[in-house]
Design a protein around this ligand. Structure first.
Ligand SMILES: O=C(O)C(=O)C[C@]1(C(=O)O)C=C[C@@H](O)C=C1
Length: 177
């Protein structure tokens, strides 16, 4: 099975795709929801795993709109419990961080934790993209909100775990055409 997602390695969409299928899958990493869905239409993949609803940050309206505009076949749903971590370069501490970057929905999903930090927020297209940016650019005083797997992949330290607001989950649709 070949599954398209909008995101990079270490993203929650990747995690949802891997958990939704019991067999081994190959992932096609896309940079937009439109691209992920088009890859199914163009038969570069069998299905796309796309987020549609979240418990703490509302519906993913862009995906809802795209799904209404075509002959999409929602094959199944997968509920991913999202556990967010605060990641940074080795040596950084929560008190030395002045900027936090992530996907806008993840920033919303961690609003209670962020309320206690005096930081500026930066939006990235994907949680793991923020983590990769910090690692590749050796960005000091900056932390990313992303998965534990993103910390391992990009060699970042986990400053805090389970920083999401209560009972955080995202519903993904597995969509064919
Ligand atoms: O940025 C990611 O890692 C994603 O998979 C995207 C996404 C979303 O679009 O809702 C999925 C779940 C997270 O809680 C935040 C962002």
């Amino acid at each position: 099975m070949i599954i398209s997602i909008c995101g990079i390695e270490g993203s929650f969409a990747e995690m949802a795709a891997q958990k939704a299928f019991s067999e081994d899958i190959k992932i096609v990493y896309c940079t937009s929801f439109e691209d992920a869905l088009n890859s199914v239409k163009e038969k570069r993949s069998d299905c796309a795993a796309v987020p549609v609803k979240t418990s703490n940050s509302g519906d993913v309206t862009e995906v809802m709109k795209l799904l209404k505009s075509g002959d999409w076949n929602v094959k199944s749903t997968y509920k991913l419990h999202t556990h967010h971590c605060l990641l940074a370069l080795k040596g950084e501490q929560i008190k030395t961080v002045n900027t936090v970057c992530s996907h806008p929905k993840a920033l919303q999903e961690c609003s209670m934790f962020l309320r206690n930090m005096n930081v500026s927020l930066e939006e990235y297209f994907n949680t793991a993209a923020g983590a990769r940016y910090i690692a590749e650019n050796k960005q000091k005083h900056t932390a990313a909100i992303a998965s534990k797997r993103a910390a391992q992949l990009y060699g970042l330290e986990i400053l805090a775990e389970n920083i999401e607001n209560d009972n955080d989950y995202t519903i993904f649709y597995i969509v064919g055409y």
